[in-house]
Ligand binder design. Structure first.
Ligand SMILES: N[C@@H](CCC(=O)N[C@@H](CS)C(=O)NCC(=O)O)C(=O)O
Length: 203
């Protein structure tokens, strides 16, 4: 039975990070997803998280946790610890660094999307959009040069997969795969082996 609520949309890539983490850790049944609307002034999301951001996890006692990194830590803790965030320092910081690059792709992608959502076409800054695209492109190149693990499913692999899934969902026309075949192959294999991957595809 669910004893926690996750506030997110079914398209949020950061929300997907939490949902994938829960699936990987065998905790999905304990979490009910209650869809949030970041544009609705009256949505309780803003009471649960003053930043009004998704994902936000509401615990059984009504207290809340955010952001996706903190939620990943919490779920890992609930599952016994060291499952998606290793305790051993070398593995731990490698996983957290990989999470940072996956999150960074998402931060840049979300900023690009917000620019399009909040600014009319004539007001959009092409320079800003290109600045964010540069981050995504360089991150993808680095990941292609050294793809994540083929066997582990740690917070880093989860974050990178959510980043790539977001590019496919929101920037479908932008074929990142063509010049990053090693990363594309990694992503395809990850999709096949990661619990919850298909169920959490953005929709
Ligand atoms: N660092 C945060 C980023 C969360 C985030 O940017 N979420 C987006 C949706 S994917 C959001 O809520 N945007 C609304 C806003 O920025 O007001 C995390 O890891 O959870």
């Amino acid at each position: 039975m669910a004893d926690m609520i996750l506030r997110t949309t079914l398209t949020s890539p950061f929300g997907r990070k939490s949902r994938l983490a829960a699936a990987v850790l065998g905790l999905a049944e304990r979490i009910e997803v209650v869809v949030a609307d970041m544009f609705d002034d009256n949505d309780s999301l803003r009471l649960q998280n003053p930043l009004g951001k998704m994902p936000t996890l509401v615990l059984g006692d009504g207290s809340t946790l955010y952001d996706s990194r903190v939620i990943a830590e919490y779920l890992d803790h609930l599952a016994g610890g060291g499952r998606i965030i290793p305790a051993e320092p070398v593995a731990r910081f490698a996983a957290l660094k990989l999470q940072a690059i996956g999150d960074g792709i998402l931060d840049a992608g979300v900023l690009r999307r917000l620019e399009a959502l909040f600014r009319e076409a004539p007001l959009r800054s092409e320079r800003w959009l290109a600045y964010q695209s540069g981050k995504i492109g360089r991150a993808l190149d680095e990941l292609n040069a050294a793809p994540p693990s083929e066997s582990d499913i740690l917070v880093g692999e989860i974050a990178v997969a959510c980043g790539l899934g977001f590019l496919d969902f929101r920037l479908g026309g932008d074929n990142w795969r063509a010049s990053r075949p090693r990363l594309a192959d990694w992503f395809e294999r990850f999709a096949g082996r990661c619990p919850g991957f298909a169920e959490t595809l953005p929709r």
